[in-house]
Design a protein around this ligand. Sequence first.
Ligand code: G6P
Length: 607
Amino acid sequence: MCGIVGYIGHQTAREVLIEGLKRLEYRGYDSSGIAILNHEPYLARAVGKVAILEQLVWAEKPEGVVGIAHTRWATHGKPTELNAHPHRDCTGQLFLVHNGIIENYAALKERLREQGHTFSSETDTETLAHLIEAGYQGNLEAAVRKALQQVQGTFGIAVIHARHPDEIVVARRGSPIVLGIGKDEAFAASDVSALAQHTDQVVYLEDNEVGRIERGKFSITTLENRSVTRGTTALEIGPEAADRGKFPHYMLKEIFEQPEAVENALRGRVNHSEGVAKLGGLESVLDGLQKARHLIIISCGTSYYAGLFARYVFEALTDLTVETELASEFRYRKLNLRQNTVVLAISQSGETADTLAALREARRKGALVLGLVNVVGSSIARETHAGVYSHAGIEVGVASTKSFTSQLTILTLMALLIGRSRDLSYEEGNTILRGLEMIPDQMREILKQSDPINELAHKYSQAEHFLYIGRKYQYPIALEGALKLKEIAYIHAEGYAAGEMKHGPIALIDPAFPTMALAPEDGSYEKVTSNIQEIRAREGRVIAVTSHGNDKLGNLVDDVIEIPHTHEILAPLLTVLPLQLFAYHCAVLRGCDVDKPRNLAKSVTVE
Ligand code: G6P
């Protein structure tokens, strides 16, 4: 979603800023813009890809060593040049970029209009530029603080002013801002990937804080102007982490990184001698976990499907009652949290607005709130009582892949940790652990089938509809497989619990409506086979994902993808890979923008 980069130093700002914007492209956006301070401040904005803005800027070659830039994902007002950020005040000296939503912008705008301010866009953001202008008396930081005190809603902002060429002022509430401090230069961004190639010394702003960067320096205060002391921390990811290497798309690279991502998720977390998992991030709350009776999992998108998987796993390995809820629904329910309820938020980015709001609600209600997050230092990671990082590495493709399998791995470890402190036996614990350790190599076997799966994509990619079915552990994978196909290949796909098929979707089945059936040889295999029979009887075409060597499906289905044998709890870690590859190859064949699918964002920071 929207991205912010700011630079102050000695390098040519246009180059640093455009490069930063490119690093943020993966988040999803529909327009972009840049402002640079010079004798005459420079502003350029464009609809569409950053490459279009880049051409403009390259042609005009604005000088200057201080500037801000933005990728916008439209919320208030269409994606037009005028609505793109940066926005200006009436004097044309102040420039501002903003992520988030100003909820009371209409009232503020009305008041500012009455005071004589003129607006040129339909955005909520422009109101902020004028609000700062209205309170400006020579001190930019003070004016920003005064303006933000009047604002309801969320913001991550960066502001520059022609009369203040030695500073950039930033602020945050609900939308991340990270500062990067280099030698005689400083950066601000909404996401570390925009500054990781320049410095590894970063500072995360907390909610309701205002930051000020100068060359090689920074300071932080609260919105009420209390000074905050905070040092820099060293960044863990290197700049090369986000390069595509030999792969044509980030998504394919990330699909192929899954064996390693699972290895990283397991590293140092397996204790064979006790048949249990060791999760350092949960040690401070082991008492609370010991007392836990109920678990509520909250998340969105692909992370929600990881949560659905977790429900089956926690129920199988522990005695907890488990609910999995969409964060966007959970936060609006009247919550009667029972005693000893633990809430677990799952999020790749750690910034998803609904998940963040839901966990805050759970905290307010007194629950112990845990996080399973990929991005280190993200808001969700910082606002939970304790948690586990998935360590999947930076994920650039908008459609989540390696984060998902990392999540499944760690959720299984969490269930083992709790299960073993209750009635799960040592043997059962160790069987799962041994199975988990085999997963990376088994994944490597599946990835070798990328070419045959590409051939299947040639056969099926013209379908306009697809049904995905699975039972029990495979049900969330059916949902995830269908999500992948619609997200990146724009094929309408429905994920269904196989048993529900006869309650609706079967009415749709005909030769033009194929089905992907998840049928590993597990406890539900016979039942899924019956569902496949029902589809065949309606002339539906079927691709089955089944266990290696199972030749019983031969006559029943059109195509088969085989996966290695594993424990049924762990099979989702394998069955999801062919579905990711299938969606990827279909998307490429259909000419879709795989890494940046239309209308989608990597990190959804609006509600
Ligand atoms: C967006 C992304 C999805 C992701 C979802 C939840 O919709 O496009 O890939 O699954 O957000 O994001 P999170 O970062 O909370 O896991």
